[in-house]
Design a protein around this ligand. Sequence first.
Ligand code: URA
Length: 432
Amino acid sequence: MNVCDIIFKTKRHEKLKEEEIKWLIDGYVEGSIPDYQISAWLMAVCFSSLTEEETVILTKVMRDSGDVLDLGGINGVTVDKHSTGGIGDKTSLIIAPVCAACGIYVPKMSGRGLGFTGGTIDKLESIPGFQVNIDFDRYIDIINKNGAAIIAQSGQLVPADKKLYALRDVTATVDSIPLICSSIMSKKLATGADCILLDVKTGSGAFMKNTDDARKLAELMVKTGESAGKKCRAMITDMNEPLGNAVGNSLEVIEACEILSGKEKGRLYELCMELAANMLELGGKGNIEECRKLAVNAIDSGCAMERFQKMIEAQEGDPEVTENYSLFDKPLYKYEIKADKSGYISDINSEAVGMAALMTGAGRQNKGGKIDSSAGIILNSHRGDYIHNGDVIMTLYSSSVSDFSEAAEKASDSVEISGNMPEVQPAVMEII
Ligand code: URA
């Protein structure tokens, strides 16, 4: 086989054979095919795309490039959830204990953030003592006892994606639906759950800026998961403003506690109840109405919070933090952003809020960089709220940055105030 032939075929929209895709990816992972040839093929995919069948083959070849976890030691149906990413997305912290309290098993391997704020793993590490590096046997044991565990990815999971993603990042080849699908789904298939719920975000703060692209990605990911023998569903959800009130690490864990204890309702709560209900339905706990009731009851009865505390304890964290927020590292500095006129909040640019949060120290500027777990932003108002001149619209926190001028300018610029009430999308836009 010859790499140039494969690049030519993709350029001319000719379908690749399974053995060609396998030869190309395996050769790249082993090092016999160089970056420059794979870069050319990735660019050809960006322009000419791949068929559904080619995407499925690519995903399976990538999955099989490393370890594929066997979750057969777990005593029941396993359901995982993946979000395509958004600012303030702490839904995993909430729905894992909710679903565990309702009797399904949630094995979650999550990543660290390299972007605006930390990933789920960084958020959990803001809990004093919390351990994310747990060996596989203990992971299975914790899931069997408590119904859920959230740990850092370990071992050799999908080395093909590690190499390909790093290359895509520096060759402007991230924005291709088949490449995004194969990258996400190869990792989900390798982590082994029976059922997968995909939360595909759309809007200004998401990878997929419009609903049509979000729908195409969602449909392709569901088909790919199903053809690999998994039960799959996707939800298209709104990311036209940050999710919930908090953007940061301990700030987001505190918000998750407020939801789990039933104190905070609103848009984030509604989204979490829908995600949890869909995971429970996938896991065979009843029809969607019955599953919604189960999820709501898990919060109202206190069972979900109890599960969260057990999860924290099993991973060596201090469960007291869920009731006593002063146990988190306290931010040393604070800055309030006030409205300079009255009107409706017509836009909050999520990416700009994320960038401002990064400037407070809540995210990593480079790989391996240090995160300030106390840093971030509280949104005191949301899209559609009417506010008066001088009202506080956002509060910035940090222990690592005392001069907020840059972050405050970015955060301030992210908000638009106008005389007209904006159209606010429902949190869940479509289910596929
Ligand atoms: N997330 C991933 O894991 N891969 C992509 O290609 C895009 C988002």
